[in-house]
Design a protein around this ligand. Structure first.
Ligand code: COA
Ligand code: ZN
Length: 244
């Protein structure tokens, strides 16, 4: 076993991360509080280490190190030889952007997504294109996210008397999860009116709702966080692997 693979195993074990063998009809959702990066850096690739060191010490480094360990561990748990490779759809460079699960340099039959907020990291892994996002509810206001809202969404989210205060966070999470599953990020999100589907998902938390060939879900991220999942096609059984 190579050095990095071994470090992923050791560091994941030190955090008590679970390694389920997911079935094709299942989606794994790992949620973990950010940990001290000094304990975790053996599992990072050189480019990940370089990126982490560009971040200011503190929460940013903690959630970067934890998130990338979580992602490597989730992928590695599904079979020998599986790794994550990242490529940016904007600049075409490797080492950042959408993560892809690869084996011997080729795309494998798994899809993975990562989100890191100030204190929580989330990773989703599935046998279909998948996206996850977690956000601290109070940190998202309608004004902050106006650039990804349609006029109708803006009208609802900016009107606190007419809607729950966390509508902005819900819209943002769902749009980000969908954008990650598609690989385009938030590009074009301002043209997608998702108010009705977000409303439906909010009324039925932790259940799938269907929208234009996608299954979407809003979940409670705990510690004042909210989260969303998007997966292409039919709903998958979600296995939540939560660590305090
Ligand atoms: C990336 C984005 C979808 C979500 O970012 P965010 O809410 O700030 O952060 P999150 O922690 O929830 O998600 C970040 C993770 O999403 C993943 N990601 C980045 N781009 C992605 C894409 N196009 N598709 C799917 N996943 C992507 C990465 O794993 C990233 O983590 P990492 O930076 O540690 O590797 C959104 O902010 C975006 O579209 N940004 C544009 C960035 C960009 O185009 N940069 C160009 C650089 S040349
Ligand atoms: Zn780039």
């Amino acid at each position: 076993m190579n050095r990095r693979r071994c470090a992923v195993l050791t560091e994941a074990a030190s955090l008590g991360l679970k390694a389920p063998d997911l079935q094709p009809g299942e989606l794994g959702l790992w949620l973990c509080k950010s940990q001290d990066p000094e304990e975790l850096t053996g599992s990072l690739s050189e480019s990940e280490l370089t990126r982490m060191q560009l971040l200011a010490p503190g929460a940013g480094r903690r959630n970067f190190a934890t998130g990338h360990l979580l992602m490597a561990h989730a992928v590695q748990s599904q079979g020998p030889g599986l790794w994550v490779s990242q490529r940016c759809h904007r600049c075409g460079r490797q080492g950042h952007g959408q993560p892809t699960v690869v084996s011997s340099g080729r795309r494998a039959g798994w899809w993975v997504s990562l989100s890191r907020s100030s204190s929580i990291c989330a990773v989703a892994l599935a046998s279909a294109p998948v996206g996850v996002d977690v956000e601290l509810v109070d940190r998202v206001s309608a004004a902050d996210i106006a650039h990804v809202l349609t006029d109708r969404e803006w009208g609802a989210a900016s009107h606190p008397a007419l809607c729950p205060g966390d509508l902005a966070a819900r819209l943002w999470c769902v749009k980000e999860a969908l954008g990650k599953a598609k690989g385009c990020g938030l590009e074009g999100a301002e043209r997608l009116d998702m108010l009705d589907v977000v409303d439906e998902a909010s009324r039925r938390p932790e259940s799938w709702v269907h929208w234009r060939g996608w299954s979407l879900m809003i979940f409670d991220g705990r510690d004042s966080h909210i989260g969303a999942l998007a997966v292409r096609g039919g709903p998958l059984h979600v296995r939540v692997l939560r660590l305090s």
